[in-house]
Design a protein around this ligand. Structure first.
Ligand SMILES: [Cu+2]
Length: 125
């Protein structure tokens, strides 16, 4: 490699370095307000299902929030509101989930229809 070539490639590397620095700082600046907006507008809660328990078993949320029950157990489960008119999931397998949007306030106790010892309560304020 000639001396000229070496100098040129060092200069090119410098330009790439500076350009990527600008790119990263620009994307970091864009990310900050987006993240704040997301945490403010997305009301999404996850309840785990493992070892025959809902975790957390008691959860307090706001009207309009979504709750997702995620089955990470090794057997299928259900999510059945004690009051049959609220939410009733189908039987769903490990690795699958069920979601429900709570549109009214109140206390919503629920259970798994095939494992009656699995119980939980969603409180909507
Ligand atoms: Cu179950």
């Amino acid at each position: 490699m000639s001396r000229f070539c070496q100098q040129r490639s060092i200069r090119t590397l410098g330009i790439i370095f500076i350009a990527s620095g600008i790119f990263f700082s620009a994307s970091a600046a864009n990310k900050a307000p987006k993240k704040q907006a997301a945490s403010h507008s997305v009301h999404f809660h996850t309840v785990g299902m493992k070892n025959m328990v809902y975790n957390p078993a008691k959860l307090t949320i706001s009207v309009g929030d979504t709750v997702e029950w995620f089955n990470s157990d090794n057997v299928p489960h259900m999510v059945n509101s004690d009051s049959s008119t609220v939410f009733q999931s189908p039987l769903f397998n490990p690795g699958k989930s069920f979601q429900y949007v709570f549109k009214t306030s109140g206390k919503f106790p629920y259970h798994c229809a095939i494992h009656p010892m699995m119980v939980g309560t969603i409180t909507v304020k």
